[in-house]
Ligand binder design. Structure first.
Ligand SMILES: [Zn+2]
Length: 96
């Protein structure tokens, strides 16, 4: 399944609820899931890491649907040819 298909599936599953919840609360849930991923990484919970990554992607897609952003297009537009900062593959930017 491609990312835009996954985002469309999230729309079919959740769009009316996502719209009702709104941008701010949906964004809050996304950040909550990012925090949970942090905990799963710290505790080396491999199953948890997979689950939280799935949740983060699902919430990001929900947010994209509410804001009418096609995440696949946005990502490909930014990262499809090379690192957007240094223009190289692989990236040669200083580590942050
Ligand atoms: Zn770079």
């Amino acid at each position: 399944m491609e990312l835009h298909t996954f985002q469309q599936l999230m729309k079919e599953l959740y769009f009316p609820r996502d719209v009702q919840r709104g941008v701010e609360k949906t964004f809050m849930w996304l950040t909550e899931e990012v925090g949970e991923l942090g905990r799963a990484i710290r505790t080396q919970d491999e199953e948890g890491i997979r689950e939280e990554m799935a949740d983060i992607l699902a919430w990001l897609c929900s947010l994209g649907n509410i804001l009418d952003v096609n995440i696949e297009e946005a990502a490909l537009g930014k990262y499809d040819e090379a690192c957007p900062r240094c223009g190289k593959i692989p990236c040669e930017c200083p580590l942050q």
